[in-house]
Write a protein that binds this ligand. Structure first.
Ligand code: NDP
Length: 263
Protein backbone atom coordinates (compact mmCIF):
# COMPACT_ATOMS: atom_id res chain seq x y z
CA UNK A 1 0.00 0.00 0.00
CA UNK A 2 1.39 3.41 -0.95
CA UNK A 3 0.96 5.69 2.05
CA UNK A 4 1.60 8.78 -0.09
CA UNK A 5 4.06 10.28 2.39
CA UNK A 6 7.02 10.75 0.05
CA UNK A 7 8.34 14.34 0.31
CA UNK A 8 5.74 15.25 2.94
CA UNK A 9 7.05 17.18 5.93
CA UNK A 10 6.20 15.54 9.23
CA UNK A 11 6.70 17.21 12.61
CA UNK A 12 7.00 14.97 15.67
CA UNK A 13 7.07 16.50 19.14
CA UNK A 14 8.93 14.38 21.69
CA UNK A 15 10.78 12.66 18.87
CA UNK A 16 13.99 11.79 20.73
CA UNK A 17 12.77 8.64 22.47
CA UNK A 18 10.22 5.82 22.64
CA UNK A 19 7.09 6.09 20.53
CA UNK A 20 8.00 9.47 19.03
CA UNK A 21 11.40 8.25 17.84
CA UNK A 22 9.88 5.06 16.40
CA UNK A 23 7.37 7.22 14.49
CA UNK A 24 10.16 9.50 13.22
CA UNK A 25 12.02 6.49 11.83
CA UNK A 26 8.91 5.07 10.18
CA UNK A 27 8.02 8.37 8.50
CA UNK A 28 11.59 8.68 7.22
CA UNK A 29 11.41 5.13 5.85
CA UNK A 30 8.24 6.16 4.00
CA UNK A 31 10.17 8.96 2.27
CA UNK A 32 8.95 11.92 4.36
CA UNK A 33 11.19 14.69 5.68
CA UNK A 34 10.98 14.94 9.46
CA UNK A 35 11.40 17.71 12.04
CA UNK A 36 11.57 16.61 15.65
CA UNK A 37 11.91 18.30 19.01
CA UNK A 38 12.48 17.41 22.66
CA UNK A 39 13.81 19.27 25.70
CA UNK A 40 17.01 17.30 26.30
CA UNK A 41 19.62 18.66 23.88
CA UNK A 42 22.22 15.95 24.40
CA UNK A 43 19.95 13.02 23.58
CA UNK A 44 18.32 14.90 20.71
CA UNK A 45 21.72 15.63 19.17
CA UNK A 46 22.74 11.97 19.47
CA UNK A 47 19.44 10.80 17.95
CA UNK A 48 19.72 13.30 15.11
CA UNK A 49 23.20 12.04 14.28
CA UNK A 50 21.99 8.44 13.90
CA UNK A 51 19.04 9.61 11.77
CA UNK A 52 21.27 11.72 9.55
CA UNK A 53 23.68 8.80 9.12
CA UNK A 54 20.79 6.57 8.07
CA UNK A 55 18.57 8.92 6.07
CA UNK A 56 20.73 11.90 5.08
CA UNK A 57 21.14 15.43 6.47
CA UNK A 58 18.67 16.97 4.01
CA UNK A 59 15.73 15.06 5.45
CA UNK A 60 16.10 15.64 9.19
CA UNK A 61 15.75 18.79 11.28
CA UNK A 62 15.79 18.92 15.08
CA UNK A 63 15.58 21.55 17.79
CA UNK A 64 15.71 21.35 21.58
CA UNK A 65 12.96 23.17 23.52
CA UNK A 66 9.80 22.50 25.54
CA UNK A 67 6.48 22.42 23.71
CA UNK A 68 5.08 24.37 26.66
CA UNK A 69 7.07 27.42 25.54
CA UNK A 70 4.80 29.03 22.96
CA UNK A 71 7.50 31.36 21.61
CA UNK A 72 9.84 28.41 21.03
CA UNK A 73 7.11 26.43 19.26
CA UNK A 74 6.37 29.41 16.99
CA UNK A 75 10.08 29.79 16.19
CA UNK A 76 10.30 26.05 15.45
CA UNK A 77 7.39 26.31 13.00
CA UNK A 78 9.20 29.16 11.20
CA UNK A 79 12.37 27.04 11.07
CA UNK A 80 10.40 24.11 9.64
CA UNK A 81 8.83 26.36 7.02
CA UNK A 82 12.22 27.72 5.99
CA UNK A 83 13.76 24.27 5.94
CA UNK A 84 11.04 22.12 4.32
CA UNK A 85 8.62 24.71 2.87
CA UNK A 86 5.61 23.64 4.96
CA UNK A 87 4.18 20.96 7.18
CA UNK A 88 1.81 18.16 6.15
CA UNK A 89 1.56 16.02 9.28
CA UNK A 90 1.87 17.03 12.94
CA UNK A 91 2.31 14.34 15.59
CA UNK A 92 1.64 15.73 19.08
CA UNK A 93 3.43 13.14 21.17
CA UNK A 94 5.59 15.02 23.72
CA UNK A 95 4.75 14.42 27.35
CA UNK A 96 4.74 12.04 30.28
CA UNK A 97 2.34 10.62 32.85
CA UNK A 98 1.92 11.65 36.49
CA UNK A 99 1.43 9.03 39.18
CA UNK A 100 -0.82 10.52 41.87
CA UNK A 101 -4.17 9.95 43.55
CA UNK A 102 -6.81 12.56 44.36
CA UNK A 103 -5.33 12.81 47.86
CA UNK A 104 -1.73 13.27 46.71
CA UNK A 105 -2.35 15.77 43.90
CA UNK A 106 -1.95 19.37 45.07
CA UNK A 107 -3.67 22.26 43.30
CA UNK A 108 -0.34 23.26 41.78
CA UNK A 109 0.12 19.69 40.50
CA UNK A 110 -3.33 19.91 38.88
CA UNK A 111 -2.44 23.17 37.16
CA UNK A 112 0.88 21.78 35.97
CA UNK A 113 -0.68 18.59 34.63
CA UNK A 114 -3.56 20.36 32.88
CA UNK A 115 -1.08 22.76 31.31
CA UNK A 116 1.14 19.92 30.09
CA UNK A 117 -1.64 17.83 28.63
CA UNK A 118 -3.58 20.70 26.98
CA UNK A 119 -0.79 22.98 25.84
CA UNK A 120 1.41 20.16 24.53
CA UNK A 121 -1.46 19.84 22.03
CA UNK A 122 -2.60 23.46 21.66
CA UNK A 123 0.79 25.13 21.20
CA UNK A 124 1.99 22.99 18.25
CA UNK A 125 -1.48 22.84 16.69
CA UNK A 126 -1.77 26.65 16.74
CA UNK A 127 1.75 27.15 15.37
CA UNK A 128 1.43 24.63 12.53
CA UNK A 129 -2.26 25.14 11.67
CA UNK A 130 -1.59 27.52 8.75
CA UNK A 131 0.87 25.17 7.09
CA UNK A 132 -1.33 22.13 7.71
CA UNK A 133 -4.29 23.91 6.10
CA UNK A 134 -2.23 24.61 2.99
CA UNK A 135 -1.18 20.96 2.64
CA UNK A 136 -3.09 18.49 0.47
CA UNK A 137 -2.63 15.96 3.28
CA UNK A 138 -3.06 18.10 6.41
CA UNK A 139 -3.22 15.73 9.38
CA UNK A 140 -2.75 15.86 13.13
CA UNK A 141 -2.13 12.66 15.06
CA UNK A 142 -2.28 13.06 18.82
CA UNK A 143 -0.79 10.52 21.20
CA UNK A 144 -3.09 9.97 24.14
CA UNK A 145 -3.85 7.25 26.66
CA UNK A 146 -6.65 4.82 27.42
CA UNK A 147 -6.83 6.63 30.76
CA UNK A 148 -8.94 9.19 28.89
CA UNK A 149 -11.85 6.73 29.01
CA UNK A 150 -10.69 4.33 31.69
CA UNK A 151 -9.22 6.15 34.70
CA UNK A 152 -6.94 4.39 37.17
CA UNK A 153 -6.97 5.35 40.86
CA UNK A 154 -3.19 5.91 40.94
CA UNK A 155 -3.27 8.32 37.96
CA UNK A 156 -6.31 10.47 38.73
CA UNK A 157 -4.97 13.79 37.55
CA UNK A 158 -3.38 12.52 34.33
CA UNK A 159 -6.54 10.58 33.48
CA UNK A 160 -8.81 13.61 33.91
CA UNK A 161 -6.51 15.75 31.77
CA UNK A 162 -6.33 13.08 29.06
CA UNK A 163 -10.10 12.85 28.98
CA UNK A 164 -10.34 16.60 28.39
CA UNK A 165 -7.75 16.37 25.60
CA UNK A 166 -9.76 13.66 23.87
CA UNK A 167 -12.80 15.94 24.01
CA UNK A 168 -10.74 18.84 22.60
CA UNK A 169 -9.49 16.69 19.71
CA UNK A 170 -13.04 15.74 18.79
CA UNK A 171 -13.99 19.43 18.61
CA UNK A 172 -10.90 20.23 16.55
CA UNK A 173 -11.73 17.45 14.09
CA UNK A 174 -14.91 19.38 13.31
CA UNK A 175 -13.50 22.90 13.43
CA UNK A 176 -10.42 22.17 11.32
CA UNK A 177 -12.29 20.08 8.72
CA UNK A 178 -12.14 19.72 5.79
CA UNK A 179 -8.57 21.07 5.63
CA UNK A 180 -7.01 19.08 8.48
CA UNK A 181 -7.85 15.62 9.72
CA UNK A 182 -7.48 15.15 13.50
CA UNK A 183 -7.10 11.66 14.94
CA UNK A 184 -5.53 10.08 17.99
CA UNK A 185 -4.13 6.88 19.32
CA UNK A 186 -4.99 5.64 22.80
CA UNK A 187 -2.16 3.76 24.45
CA UNK A 188 -2.21 1.06 27.05
CA UNK A 189 1.27 0.16 28.32
CA UNK A 190 4.15 0.58 25.90
CA UNK A 191 7.72 -0.35 26.83
CA UNK A 192 9.50 2.98 26.54
CA UNK A 193 11.65 5.21 28.70
CA UNK A 194 9.12 5.68 31.51
CA UNK A 195 8.77 1.91 32.03
CA UNK A 196 12.55 1.46 31.79
CA UNK A 197 12.89 3.97 34.63
CA UNK A 198 10.38 2.03 36.73
CA UNK A 199 12.19 -1.24 35.98
CA UNK A 200 15.53 0.19 37.13
CA UNK A 201 13.83 1.49 40.30
CA UNK A 202 12.26 -1.95 41.06
CA UNK A 203 12.35 -3.19 44.66
CA UNK A 204 13.64 -6.68 43.87
CA UNK A 205 16.86 -5.97 42.00
CA UNK A 206 17.46 -9.68 41.35
CA UNK A 207 14.34 -9.87 39.15
CA UNK A 208 15.28 -10.01 35.44
CA UNK A 209 13.97 -7.53 32.91
CA UNK A 210 11.97 -10.26 31.20
CA UNK A 211 10.33 -11.44 34.45
CA UNK A 212 9.60 -7.91 35.66
CA UNK A 213 7.80 -6.99 32.42
CA UNK A 214 5.96 -10.36 32.33
CA UNK A 215 4.74 -9.77 35.91
CA UNK A 216 3.62 -6.25 34.98
CA UNK A 217 1.63 -7.52 31.97
CA UNK A 218 -0.03 -10.19 34.16
CA UNK A 219 -0.82 -7.67 36.91
CA UNK A 220 -2.41 -5.33 34.36
CA UNK A 221 -4.43 -8.17 32.77
CA UNK A 222 -3.23 -7.42 29.26
CA UNK A 223 -4.94 -10.00 27.01
CA UNK A 224 -1.99 -10.12 24.57
CA UNK A 225 0.24 -10.91 27.57
CA UNK A 226 2.94 -8.27 27.12
CA UNK A 227 3.62 -4.55 26.91
CA UNK A 228 3.64 -2.95 23.49
CA UNK A 229 6.80 -2.17 21.58
CA UNK A 230 7.18 1.53 20.54
CA UNK A 231 7.12 0.42 16.90
CA UNK A 232 3.54 -0.81 17.30
CA UNK A 233 1.89 2.56 18.11
CA UNK A 234 4.34 4.18 15.67
CA UNK A 235 2.86 2.21 12.78
CA UNK A 236 -0.64 3.37 13.77
CA UNK A 237 0.60 6.98 13.89
CA UNK A 238 2.02 6.69 10.37
CA UNK A 239 -1.24 5.22 9.07
CA UNK A 240 -3.37 7.99 10.63
CA UNK A 241 -0.97 10.64 9.31
CA UNK A 242 -1.03 9.25 5.79
CA UNK A 243 -3.39 9.53 2.84
CA UNK A 244 -4.23 5.86 3.47
CA UNK A 245 -6.60 7.17 6.18
CA UNK A 246 -7.94 10.05 4.06
CA UNK A 247 -11.60 9.52 5.09
CA UNK A 248 -10.89 9.26 8.82
CA UNK A 249 -11.13 12.21 11.19
CA UNK A 250 -12.22 12.59 14.80
CA UNK A 251 -11.35 8.94 15.39
CA UNK A 252 -9.16 7.18 17.91
CA UNK A 253 -7.31 3.92 17.50
CA UNK A 254 -6.59 1.86 20.59
CA UNK A 255 -3.11 0.34 20.82
CA UNK A 256 -3.22 -1.51 24.09
CA UNK A 257 -2.99 -5.28 23.64
CA UNK A 258 -6.74 -5.43 24.28
CA UNK A 259 -6.69 -4.00 27.79
CA UNK A 260 -9.66 -1.64 27.48
CA UNK A 261 -12.90 -2.38 29.31
CA UNK A 262 -15.08 0.01 27.29
CA UNK A 263 -16.88 -0.90 24.08
P1 NDP B 1 9.38 8.64 26.35
O1 NDP B 1 9.68 9.20 27.71
O2 NDP B 1 10.23 7.54 25.83
O3 NDP B 1 9.37 9.83 25.27
C1 NDP B 1 8.81 11.09 25.56
C2 NDP B 1 9.39 12.09 24.58
O4 NDP B 1 8.78 13.36 24.81
C3 NDP B 1 10.89 12.31 24.76
O5 NDP B 1 11.46 12.59 23.50
C4 NDP B 1 10.95 13.53 25.67
O6 NDP B 1 12.22 14.14 25.56
C5 NDP B 1 9.80 14.35 25.06
N1 NDP B 1 9.20 15.38 25.91
C6 NDP B 1 8.64 15.22 27.14
N2 NDP B 1 8.17 16.40 27.57
C7 NDP B 1 8.43 17.33 26.60
C8 NDP B 1 8.18 18.71 26.46
N3 NDP B 1 7.57 19.42 27.44
N4 NDP B 1 8.57 19.33 25.35
C9 NDP B 1 9.20 18.65 24.34
N5 NDP B 1 9.45 17.33 24.42
C10 NDP B 1 9.09 16.68 25.55
O7 NDP B 1 7.87 8.18 26.47
P2 NDP B 1 6.85 7.45 25.49
O8 NDP B 1 7.42 7.25 24.16
O9 NDP B 1 6.29 6.31 26.23
O10 NDP B 1 5.72 8.56 25.48
C11 NDP B 1 5.20 9.20 24.33
C12 NDP B 1 3.85 9.77 24.69
O11 NDP B 1 2.95 8.69 24.99
C13 NDP B 1 3.88 10.66 25.94
O12 NDP B 1 3.02 11.75 25.74
C14 NDP B 1 3.33 9.74 27.03
O13 NDP B 1 2.73 10.43 28.08
C15 NDP B 1 2.30 8.94 26.22
N6 NDP B 1 1.92 7.67 26.85
C16 NDP B 1 2.82 6.65 26.99
C17 NDP B 1 2.44 5.45 27.55
C18 NDP B 1 3.38 4.28 27.68
O14 NDP B 1 2.99 3.22 28.24
N7 NDP B 1 4.62 4.38 27.21
C19 NDP B 1 1.06 5.24 28.02
C20 NDP B 1 0.19 6.37 27.81
C21 NDP B 1 0.62 7.53 27.24
P3 NDP B 1 12.76 15.14 26.72
O15 NDP B 1 12.49 14.47 28.03
O16 NDP B 1 14.21 15.30 26.40
O17 NDP B 1 12.01 16.40 26.54
Amino acid sequence: MDLGLRDNCVVVTGGSSGIGLAAVRNFLKEGANVALCARGRERLTAVKKTLVDEFGADRVFSKAFSVLDKGEVDAFSEDVKARFGGCDVLVTNAGQGRVSTYATTSDDDWREELELKFFSQLNPIRSFEGMLRRSTNGAIVAVNSLLAYQPEPHMVCTAAARSGVQNLLKSLATELAPDIRVNSILLGLVDSQQWQRRFYARENKSQSREDWFADLAAKKNIPLGRLGDPGEPARAIVFLGSKASSYTTGAHLEISGGVSRFA
